[in-house]
Design a protein around this ligand. Sequence first.
Ligand code: NAG
Length: 280
Amino acid sequence: MAPRTSLTLRKQGFLCETFVLLLKSRSLADRRYFGGWLRSLFAYDIKKDARKDAHSSLLAKKATSGLYEIQFHNVKPECLEAYNNLSDEVHRELHSNADYPCEVAGSWNTWYGEQDQAVHLWRYYGGYPVLTECLNKLRLSKAYLEFHRERSKMLISQRNQLLLEFSFWNQPVPRTGPNIYELRTYRLKPGSMIEWGNHWARAIKYRQNNNEAVGGFFTQIGELYVVHHLWAYTDLQSREETRNSAWLKEGWDASVHYTVPLIQSMESRILVPTKTSPLQ
Ligand SMILES: *[C@@H]1O[C@H](CO)[C@@H](O)[C@H](O)[C@H]1NC(C)=O
C-alpha cells in the first residue's frame, strides 16, 4: 500500500479496530456504552446468558481487514460480453493504480440464480475514510466517469451493499482456478445477527475440508440483516460432495438446527469468475 494510504489509515483510525478496543475494554462505563451500542445495532437481548461469548466472536476484526462493497448489476442480455470486457479493463487499471485504495476481491457472472447478472466484490482497506477518499477520487476521474456512462447504457438495474467481514471467516484472498463459486445470501430475522455469528463461529470449522470457505460478510448499509457466505468448489459435483461430507461431522447438524430458525429467506447463486477476477 502507498505510504500516503497507511498515513490516512493511522490518522483517521479504523472502525473495526475500535470494535476490538471496545471489546477488550474492561471498564464498566465502556462496557455499558458498548452494550447499548450493540443493543441498538443488533437489538441484542443481554439477558440471554448463552450468548455471552457472542460479541467478540462476531465482531473482533483482524486489523488488516477492510470494508467491502458488493455490487449486483443486471445487464442487458445482449450486452453482457461488452460489459465484461469494459469492467475487466477498468478493474485492472484501478487494481494496479496505487492512488486508489480500493481493489476488486472478486468478479463474477451468475450461472444459476438471476441470469445476465454481474457480481463484484470490492475491498476498501481502512474502512469508511478510505471508501470516501476513493469515491471522491473516482468522481473526479474523467476516464471513470466515461466508463460509468458507457456502463449505464448496458444495465437494466443495479444494487449495492456495504459489508463487514465476519472475524471467524477466511479473508477472500486470490485463488487459482478453475472454480465455481456459490454466493449464499441469508435474510435474517432482525435482531438475530449476533446469534447467527455465534453459531457460525463454531460451524465454520466443519466447512474447511476442501478449502471451500472464501468469505463471510454481513451488511452495514443497504438491505440490513443480510449475510453473504461465499464458497468455492471445483465444480457442481464437488460442491454436492463437499456439502454432504459436512453432515458426517458431529456438530454440523446442531449448527444447522440452531441457525435455520434465524432465517427469513435465503438465496443461492452459482457464479463463474470473469477473466480478470483475482478469485478464479
Ligand atoms: C470482448 O473481448 C474479446 C477478447 O478481447 C473480443 O474478442 C470480443 O470481440 C469482445 N466483445 C465485445 C462485445 O466487445
